[in-house]
Write a protein that binds this ligand. Structure first.
Ligand SMILES: Cc1ncc(COP(=O)(O)O)c(C=O)c1O
Length: 430
């Protein structure tokens, strides 16, 4: 009996071994096929044909933060979303074989020759999902970050006459890059003219940033009636930062993957532009500036935006695959810690918390701005940036945003390590 059972086990075991061996062989054959098909190696093991696949490691980015190190919260570097993308695995991964994306052109004969149709499709799909912007009747343009599109829009809106440069304004506190980028090349077409609230010229381009960098305010154009020329910077009009209250439908609207999904390194932004002629001028600017926009980046961004939409439309993983829900939860936790720390301090204040009904999450929610706009009430501290630097916290001072030095802007989008060190240091300041 025992012997029979024993021999039966041997047969079953041998049978299983056979199945395992056959699966292993099939997998090895598949790996070989993929290697040959996509990477061109012969796969013979060594010598002439057997080439190793060279991998290129991405850079590590920023130095690690320790409890004693300087913590740099000057830039809005959105590394806090890494935790979400680490969990998505292949759903947001692309492989680009060496023979692809070689041409300059993406859509010869299309409205924008360097726009990847797949990227445009996902942009329109995402806006329809979130409901934050109208896409029907709009041209979609792509840029190397929304920073390039911002410059393209300035070029397109400035009259090409010999007259004085067009004034460019935004209400203070305004995003510190606006004056820097506007004046960088000393253009004869446009020039930074400061705070929109005190502008008294006849015509200008107004930059409307909403939610506003640096203070998180919800904004409308303040001098629309005078100029009629506005660029709406909607880098942060996404549900993790603010309630979505309407599908915006302005003439020029700028968005960026940097702050939407956290992929700042992909350097990709897009514009929704109503007027055909304005859109054509913006395309011309990008054509002369960089001869189009990286196709590799567009394909990656298309995959990522597609993964965000799939997370809501088709995924069975629930909350784990919903980027905006994940990101909003993270932001809420950070803001509640920051508000508690500021309330416990005698020397700092923050703008009041705002809330509104969000048509995307279908409930009333608070805003979670991407930056803390911190004010110091302590007697004698007129340079808060310098004061915090002495405590090894790097921030950006109010003067760069057109207001006084008692304010600083602090990024809320950095790693957990950096944010936690910031919280500990803030609590120790008296
Ligand atoms: C309001 C605003 N607009 C635009 C940008 C730039 O975005 P991109 O990375 O797409 O150039 C930033 C980046 O911090 C920003 O805060």
């Amino acid at each position: 009996m025992a012997g029979k059972e024993g021999s039966g086990m041997v047969v079953r075991y041998a049978g299983r071994l056979g199945v395992v061996a056959s699966v292993a062989l099939n997998l090895a054959a598949l790996a070989l096929y993929i290697r040959r098909r996509f990477f061109g190696g012969s796969g013979s093991g060594d010598g002439g044909g057997g080439r190793e696949i060279a991998t290129v490691e991405p850079s590590k980015g920023k130095p690690l933060v320790t409890p004693d190190s300087v913590v740099n919260l000057d830039h809005g570097d959105p590394t806090m979303y890494e935790a979400f993308w680490r969990e998505t695995g292949d759903r947001a991964t692309i492989v680009i074989p060496g023979c692809q994306t070689m041409s300059y052109f993406s859509d010869v004969g299309g409205f924008c020759w360097f726009l990847e149709p797949g990227f445009e499709r996902e942009v329109r799909r995402l806006h329809r999902l979130v409901g934050n912007a109208v896409v029907d009747g709009y041209h979609v343009l792509v840029g190397t970050g929304s920073t390039q599109l911002f410059q393209a829009a300035l070029y397109a809106l400035s009259p090409a006459t010999d007259g004085a440069p067009m004034s460019v304004v935004s209400p203070a506190p305004y995003y510190s890059s606006y004056p820097a980028v506007t004046n960088f090349l000393n253009s004869g077409l446009y020039r930074w003219a400061g705070d929109a609230n005190t502008f008294d010229g006849d015509t200008c381009i107004e930059l409307v940033c909403s939610p506003n960098n640096p203070d998180g305010g919800i904004r409308k154009a303040v001098i629309e009636s005078k100029s009629g020329k506005a660029i709406h910077d909607f880098a942060y009009y996404w549900p993790q930062y603010t309630p979505i209250t309407e599908a915006a439908g302005h003439d020029i609207m700028l968005f960026t993957v940097s702050k939407c999904t956290g992929h700042a390194g992909t350097r990709l932004g897009w514009a929704l532009v109503k007027d055909r002629e304005v859109a054509q001028k913006m395309i011309k600017f990008i054509e002369l500036n960089t001869i189009g926009v990286s196709k590799d980046s567009q394909l990656r961004a298309a995959k990522i935006l597609g993964a965000v939409c799939d997370g809501y439309e088709t995924s069975l993983d629930g909350e784990a695959s919903r980027l905006f829900h994940f990101a909003r939860q993270q932001m809420m936790e950070r803001w509640s810690k920051l508000r508690a720390a500021v309330a416990a301090s005698d020397i700092f204040t923050l703008p009041n918390e705002l809330s509104n009904y969000c048509t995307f999450v279908k409930e009333t929610i608070t805003t979670n701005p991407p930056f803390a706009w911190l004010r110091c009430e302590k007697e004698g501290v007129k340079d808060l940036e310098g004061f915090l630097r002495e405590h090894k916290i790097i921030t950006r001072g109010g003067t760069k945003f057109g207001v006084d030095g008692r304010f600083v802007r602090v990024s809320m989008l950095d790693t957990d390590e950096a944010f936690n060190v910031f919280m500990d240091r803030l609590a120790s300041l008296k």
